[in-house]
Every structure is written in structure tokens, then in C-alpha cells.
Design a protein around this ligand. Structure first.
Ligand SMILES: Cc1cc2nc3c(=O)[nH]c(=O)nc-3n(C[C@H](O)[C@H](O)[C@H](O)COP(=O)(O)OP(=O)(O)OC[C@H]3O[C@@H](n4cnc5c(N)ncnc54)[C@H](O)[C@@H]3O)c2cc1C
Length: 443
């Protein structure tokens, strides 16, 4: 029997009530059985968990919102250090900062910030953890105006591999602070809180447009040259479902008036002639709630990503269309998220998040219900990504994919060598280790 003495917080072992719920992540493709899960409620619980794992020589993973695409926050037979109950929040509106516990999920966080009429440029998924999202970079509906999520981080509090509590910011532990903004997920220590710069926000406008599949070429051709260069107050997304699986659609949020948004959208409308075009004046929180979608406990999926640094030539559009015409199931699609704006104002080596100059990120997506459908969907994702490689490069760390062979170059490009040096400084024993963690330089 495992001796859990020394672990503090809410400790769940395999025989505990609630184990089955606690061992699961958002992606139902994975079925892992950790030995013990500790829900840390104060920072000292994290310290104790690390010291305990070292003593027991047990593998461990760190979990916040549990939305890792490849379930990298789970491990069979090991310890899960879960920070989802670290939920302190201190908002200082005058200084424009918020100290945010590492356990927050996005929509509850946006609601709490909205009480003070402030926001951070986080992602859309309602139950995604702010911690995993931010450590991988983080993109959302305010990103073209306010940058990647990690660009608003002022300080990171972390428990190190030695069990020390430290704070990394622009003045101290600067290399670690750099690494945590795009490459910090699960590789250096356990983040227990962030201090964010928060941004005043009130009313916004949003739009939704739809087209038939036959218009795909026309829509992509125009959107890709327009969305990354549009007014930075507008963040625009384009979703291309497989043929016969619904309309092509574009959504976006504009921090300004509906009237101005209509003006900005006019060129796209004129050229692509959408079937429907709807505009709404709303509050930021209403828009965030709308994009967060309905509550879902789990989905079974395989996603991947790549970046477009140049507009796609016609040959790329042919490949895109072919893949969408040969999709194996009803829930296969590719989404484009526009970059540019504030994202591109930060130099690629200023934080670990390197893809500053991309025009947009593509997210290849596939969802299914039965195990028997897994292989064909996973193969479709692999093939789709591969066939677009002549026209794309890199990948987004937050949309991690275990099948990308050269993942260090894909996620981090030139920044990988510095990440390895930071690893050497903070975790030379490689205690924080998983399939795509940052290795020390010797590995
Ligand atoms: C439905 C859905 C919607 C999404 N929407 C967006 C979006 O709009 N924008 C976007 O950019 N991304 C989005 N993502 C991707 C998301 O950002 C990543 O999956 C992110 O890693 C999830 O973070 P998490 O805390 O929920 O996951 P977890 O699985 O808990 O963690 C993810 C990674 O971070 C590490 N980690 C977790 N906690 C800590 C900690 N305290 N200290 C150090 N490392 C830690 C884990 O070990 C793991 O490697 C979405 C994902 C899903 C499933």
C-alpha cells in the first residue's frame, strides 16, 4: 500500500469515493489510472506534494483545468498534483492588476473580472484552465487588441523542483519568467498563481457570417489577406467544416461600436457575399459567455495545428478542399484564428511564444463518439496536417499533438535552445518530465 503520509490537501487514492471522476481529463480519448491525486488548497500543499513525490520516487504530472489535448496532465500509476482548488483572486482596478490563483477556469474567471469591468485576453473554452492556457501562450477573442494571454502576465508564482516557492517577473528569475510565457507548461515547476495586467472593458460588438461550402475558395482567399491586417480591435475566426457538415462560418469580436464593425466588415462582405451576416451590440461578458458554448464535461477528440506565415496559394486551397471533402465523420473541420495586431508587436524572442509573425493558426479538428471511429479520425488529422506542410510551418503549443515528430522546432523554433538552458537552471534532474516536456540540454 502506498504511504500517503506527508501529502496534504484533498488526497484521493484509487479506493476513495470520487476517484473515477478525479482521474479523468476533458479529452475522453485517454483512460489513465493515477495512483494518487492531490487537490492542493494552499501553496504549501504543492510544496509537500513535490517533496513527497521525490521521496517516493513516483512519477508525477501537474494539472490545472485538465484540457491538455494529449492528456499530458495525467500519468498512469503516478501522482497528479492538481491546482484546481487554488482559487484566490485579488483585483486591484486602480493599478490594473489581478493576482489569480492557478485553479481558475476561463468563464468563472471572466465573470469575476467582469464584476470590476476588466478582462484578460484569454481563450474561449469555458472550463479550460487559465494556467495551462497561459503557460502555452494562450489566444482568444481579445488577442489582436491585447496580445496573447501570456503577454498580460506580470508575475508567476511557482513551486520549484526543490520545493521552493519563488516569484518570477521582469526583475527576478527573468529567464524563468520568459520561459513561462509560451513554454512553461509542466516543465519547470508548479505554477500556483499569476499576477496579470487586466484591461478595462465594457461593451463590444460581434458578428457572425455564413457561406456555402462551394464558396470556400473565395472566402479563404479573401479572409487570409484581410483578417490578420484588419483593425486590431477586431479578432476574427473562420471555421471550415467538412463538406456537407454545415455552413462555413466566421465569428469575431470587435472592441468598438456595431456601426464601426459594419464598416470594417464591408470589404469582406462585398467580395464574399455571405448567405447570412449578423451583427450584435453586446457586453464583453455576454460575448464571452456566448463563445464559451454550453457546458460539456468531456469530448473525445484529436486536434492538431500549424501556422500560415504567407497567404495560401491556389494549390494549398485545393489540398484544403480535398481534405474537407474526404473527412471520415460528421465532426471534422479546420479553424483559422487570425493573428497580427498586438500579437505581432512583440518580437519572437521576447517571450518563449515564438509564432509572432504568423498570419493565422490553423486548428485541424476531429471529434467522435465510439472507439471504433478513433483510427480513421486520427489518420485524417495526421494526413491533413501532413498534406498542408508545404504551405504551413510550426504548431501551437496549446494545441499540442503527440504525432508531430519535430515538436521542439514546431512549437518553439529558435527559442528551444534557451528553453533548455532554463530547464538546466530550474530542473536539472528533469523531475518535471513528460512526452513533450522541455528536456535539459544533455538529453
Ligand atoms: C474545449 C477547449 C477549448 C480551448 N480553447 C482554447 C482557446 O480558445 N485558446 C487557446 O489558446 N487554447 C485553447 N485550448 C487549448 C488549451 O489552451 C490547452 O489545452 C491548455 O493546455 C489547457 O490548460 P488546462 O490547464 O486546462 O489543462 P491541463 O491539462 O491541466 O494542463 C495543460 C498543460 O499544462 C501543465 N500544467 C497544468 N497546470 C500547471 C501548473 N500549475 N504549473 C505548471 N504546469 C501546469 C500540464 O502539466 C499540461 O502539460 C482549448 C482546449 C479545449 C479542450
Amino acid at each position: 500500500m502506498l504511504d500517503t503520509r506527508g501529502l496534504t490537501g484533498r488526497v484521493i487514492v484509487q479506493s476513495s469515493p470520487g476517484y473515477d471522476e478525479a482521474r479523468r481529463n476533458f479529452n475522453g480519448r485517454f483512460n489513465k489510472f493515477p495512483e494518487v491525486i492531490v487537490y492542493c488548497q494552499i501553496v504549501q500543499d504543492v510544496v509537500n506534494a513535490i517533496l513527497w513525490a521525490r521521496k517516493q520516487q513516483l512519477p508525477f504530472r501537474v494539472r490545472a483545468g485538465g484540457h491538455s489535448y494529449e492528456a499530458y496532465s495525467l500519468v498512469d500509476g503516478g501522482l497528479i498534483i492538481d491546482v484546481s482548488e487554488l482559487l484566490q483572486l485579488q483585483i486591484n482596478k486602480e493599478r490594473g492588476t489581478a493576482r489569480i490563483g492557478a485553479g481558475f477556469r476561463l468563464l468563472p474567471l471572466y465573470e469575476a473580472l467582469w464584476n470590476k469591468r476588466v478582462a484578460i485576453p484569454g481563450g474561449t473554452g469555458r472550463t479550460v484552465g487559465v494556467t495551462g492556457l497561459t503557460l502555452g501562450g494562450g489566444y482568444g477573442l481579445l488577442s489582436r487588441l491585447l496580445g496573447m494571454t501570456c503577454d498580460s502576465v506580470l508575475e508567476v508564482e511557482m513551486v520549484t523542483a526543490q520545493g521552493k516557492i519563488i516569484r518570477a517577473n521582469d526583475c527576478q528569475h527573468r529567464n524563468l519568467f520568459w520561459a513561462c510565457r509560451g513554454g512553461g507548461d509542466g516543465s519547470f515547476g508548479v505554477v500556483t498563481s499569476f499576477t496579470f495586467r487586466v484591461h478595462p472593458i465594457e461593451n463590444v460588438a460581434r458578428y457572425r457570417m455564413t457561406w456555402d461550402f462551394v464558396d470556400l475558395e473565395k472566402v479563404v482567399r479573401y479572409w487570409q489577406t484581410w483578417a490578420p491586417h484588419a483593425d486590431a480591435r477586431l479578432t476574427s475566426l473562420l471555421l471550415l467544416p467538412a463538406q456537407n457538415q454545415g455552413d462555413l462560418r466566421s465569428n469575431g469580436v470587435f472592441v468598438g461600436s456595431e456601426q464601426e464593425l459594419k464598416e470594417i466588415m464591408r470589404p469582406l462582405q462585398k467580395v464574399t457575399r455571405p448567405k447570412t451576416a449578423d451583427f450584435y451590440s453586446t457586453t464583453w461578458i455576454e460575448a464571452a459567455r456566448m463563445f464559451a458554448g454550453r457546458p460539456v464535461k468531456q469530448e473525445i477528440f484529436k486536434n492538431s495545428s500549424a501556422y500560415a506565415y504567407e497567404p495560401f496559394p491556389d494549390a494549398a486551397l485545393d489540398v484544403l478542399i480535398h481534405n474537407l471533402q474526404t473527412a471520415p465523420g460528421p465532426s471534422n473541420m479546420v479553424a483559422f484564428d487570425a493573428y497580427g495586431g498586438s500579437i505581432s508587436q512583440v518580437p519572437p524572442d521576447a517571450t518563449a511564444f515564438v509564432h509572432r509573425k504568423a498570419l493565422f493558426v490553423l486548428q485541424y479538428q476531429s471529434y467522435w463518439n465510439q472507439d471504433t471511429e478513433a483510427d480513421k479520425n486520427i489518420q485524417w488529422i495526421r494526413q491533413f496536417r501532413k498534406s498542408m506542410l508545404p504551405y504551413t510551418c510550426g504548431a501551437f503549443r496549446d494545441y499540442c499533438d503527440s504525432m508531430i515528430p519535430d515538436w521542439p522546432a514546431a512549437y518553439f523554433g529558435e527559442n528551444f535552445s534557451r528553453l533548455k538552458k532554463v530547464k538546466q537552471m530550474y530542473d536539472p534532474e528533469n523531475l518535471f518530465r513528460y512526452e513533450q516536456s522541455i528536456p535539459p540540454p544533455s538529453v
